[in-house]
Design a protein around this ligand. Sequence first.
Ligand code: HEM
Length: 425
Amino acid sequence: VPTGCPMGRPAEDSVPAAAPELFTWEFATDPYPAYAWLREHSPVHRTTLPSGVEAWLVTRYADARQALADTRLSKNPAHHTGSAHAKGRTGIPGERKAELMTHLLNIDPPDHTRLRRLVAKAFTPRRVAAFAPRVQELTDRLIDTFVAEGEADLIHDFAFPLPIYAICELLGVPAEDQDDFRDWAGMMIRHGGGPRGGVARSVKKMRSYLAELIHRKRENPGDDLISDLIRTSDHGEHLTENEAAAMAFILLFAGFETTVNLIGNGTYALLRNPGERERLQRSLAAGETGLLATGLEELLRYDGPVELATWRYATEPVTLGGQEIAPGDPVLVVLAAADRDPERFRDPDTLDLARIDNQHVGYGHGIHYCLGAPLARLEGRTALATLLRRLPDLRLAVEPDDLRWRGGLIMRGLRTLPVRFTPRP
Ligand code: HEM
């Protein structure tokens, strides 16, 4: 016989009394009670990941910021003692491996500094700002495809295609090839980027397509990011063709599923918090943009797309939150847990779209801080504002308990988001 009534319990009571089980189905649905337990009882926590790899989870905000900026924690997988990389058993032939490794999230200074400086010259906030009208067009075009139906799956019909078309256009992938990217990206997202056959094939196709495209743009440059990546130089240095291909690939890879989840998780959080959603709708109807801007940051803090930052490896003994970490150990910074830390955020489990003093780590921190944040903000604001304007009575078509979350390690996002609304011509 169950004791106690689960209805109306204060949030603190949902923090488990004993060490929670991680990476279960319940955990994927709502990891926040488990993270509250970890922050409180084991803030730098050793765990075995579903892959069998042992790693440290860092859940407090202060420790997370320290770890994200700590130069003793390397991004280079070769530092992982137990790893296939360290033992040279990745199964990827040497040449291709070297090529795959030269992207920003896998390298440290000075290589990182050089590549990041070069890409930052091409991927400028100005380029992103100039892209705003096009993002609005893409957003409207997608909503046009389902607005007369009265129902949609906002992941499949909207959150998923928008970022892939946006990044393809920005990079300069011709319109007739963009649906191939949609297929490859669909394969990658459906299978969580795991090492399965279909995913590996999609990655391979995407890479050879990009290599070929870069070759063509070198001959025939246009006004697009790939042409700029090729043109750009720093103190006489250029990106090599391989580096440009790896860069285009990481831009696609880092900018795709993250933004899908920003739109998906963000819309879902608004639907679950009707007071906040009405507040935003009123503000947008009055022509204001301030609440949309603070609101998007709050949605990132409250239920952001990136649950864990990408891998880091200790290169020497490091003490973090009082815990000694041995060289070679992987460290995973749990951004979702840090951003709900009551030591840093007042009422962290409450969605407050007007929250100020909101320095969340949803985009990371330090030298690997998200390069695409201006684009993500542009897409996120455009998507949410346009949805709320064009589908003002948007509502969930299923019970929240019937929604399924993807069980990936790094990303947090919904598989589907079925909604209903009054159909419009
Ligand atoms: C890095 C989050 C969208 C490109 C990162 C990191 C985070 C993040 C947390 C740091 C990872 C770490 O330190 O381990 C997000 C979120 C997004 C988003 C929440 C959407 C809401 C984008 C977009 C692009 C992009 C749209 C590009 C088109 C990158 C790149 C890096 C990065 C290239 C690596 C930077 C470096 O290592 O120097 N992002 N991202 N991201 N992001 Fe994003």
